[in-house]
Ligand binder design. Structure first.
Ligand SMILES: [Zn+2]
Length: 368
């Protein structure tokens, strides 16, 4: 009988093998099936061993444990290699995602005149790519990504040239009717650049208008510019540029709104002051009055406390401890009513505490 149960494909042996979850189960299998297998196939399982790939126990007809340990070592090495490769793959995938993101954003910024920044980004990405290659050797996407970066590097250069061109030169290129692929590419770059240049002019004038405080006007210009100039056309190469323009417009809107808010606040404050002056009282005078009022209240309370202290002393002298205690209690209550806990408070508090102590002693004396 050839056993069919528990069979898995073992990557270490590259064929199907039986797999047991414990050494005991594998040994048991040998014990009960050895003879039958021997008579069927001429080769019987001799011993069990742990397979690191399958994470369980196989049986083998190879008697030598020395050979077995060699095989174990080999398996361990294969597993380590696979692990390194898997970790490497993860790092490479992460790295390529970062590179693609950075280049993607940078491709828009190149039209906004941030050429040096864009070149720096390409350099950073190249550095990252080469680090990955040093570490993991050339990987499948290496040449593709490198190619993309080199192409982008050239694009930065072309845009630098186009932005230095005179209007006349640009006009000539844009006027070419049946452009070659290269010329068409140049035309596209000129158009993209002009879109941004036009936006920059408008942006500057909007900023000026905001500075002048004509916020409503600024708001209208921003809205109409977005409506007229930032329409998305399906599959147009300029959509990403328009998106960035819209993002920058929204920053202007925010700035404008902040100015409007600030002006409203100033206006509110001005009106409040006006109101106060109408009532014949400046803000400072009101504050002074508030402070004076608080002190007046406290002054009255302090007088009351002093009276209570005097009365408690008299009561203490004539042995009327009950009355003395009442006075002390009221004095303590009044002390807490004081709004300002200043030196006066501390002195009065000390007096009251002293009296309380003496009354306490008297009680003690009576009890003793
Ligand atoms: Zn195995």
């Amino acid at each position: 009988m050839k056993p069919k149960k528990n069979r898995v494909f073992c990557r270490a042996c590259n064929r199907h093998k039986m797999l047991f979850e414990s050494k005991a189960k594998a040994d048991n299998f040998i014990k009960f099936n050895r003879e039958e297998i021997q008579s069927c196939s001429g080769r019987a399982p001799e011993r069990s061993y742990f397979c690191a790939f399958c994470g369980g126990w196989h049986v083998t007809s190879c008697k030598s444990a020395v050979i077995g340990s060699h095989i174990d070592e080999r398996d361990q090495k294969i597993i380590e290699r696979l692990d390194t490769k898997r970790n490497g793959n993860e790092e490479i995938v992460k790295g390529t995602v970062i590179i693609n993101q950075k280049i993607g954003t940078s491709k828009v910024l190149v039209y906004f005149g941030e050429l040096d920044q864009c070149e720096k980004t390409v350099e950073e990405c190249l550095g990252l790519l080469e680090t990955l290659r040093d570490k993991y050797d050339v990987f499948p996407k290496y040449f593709e990504i490198r190619g993309k970066m080199e192409k982008y590097w050239e694009e930065i250069d072309v845009i630098r040239q186009v932005s230095a061109m005179s209007q006349e030169e640009r006009g000539q290129i844009l006027g070419i009717e049946n452009p070659t692929k290269e010329e068409a590419d140049l035309q596209e770059k000129i158009q993209g650049l002009q879109l941004v240049e036009n936006f920059n002019v408008v942006k500057n004038s909007i900023e000026k208008i905001i500075e002048d405080g004509d916020y409503e006007n600024a708001r209208e210009i921003i809205a109409s510019y977005e409506k007229e100039e930032c329409k998305m056309v399906k599959k147009s190469p300029f959509n990403v540029i328009k998106n960035e323009i819209i993002r920058r417009l929204s920053k202007l809107v925010k700035k404008n709104n902040a100015c409007i808010e600030r002006e409203k606040k100033i206006e509110r404050k001005r009106r409040m002051e006006e109101e106060r002056e109408k009532n014949g009282m400046s803000e400072t005078a009101q504050n002074v009055e508030k402070v004076a009022k608080v002190s007046e209240d406290d002054r009255k309370t302090m007088l009351e406390i002093l009276q209570r202290i005097e009365s408690a002393k008299v009561a203490l002298g004539s042995g009327e401890t009950g009355k003395c205690e009442d006075d002390i209690e009221v004095a303590y209550f009044l002390l807490e009513q004081l709004r300002r806990k200043d030196d006066n408070y501390l002195v009065l508090n000390a007096h009251v505490s002293l009296l309380a102590e003496e009354v306490g002693k008297m009680h003690h004396g009576v009890a003793a």
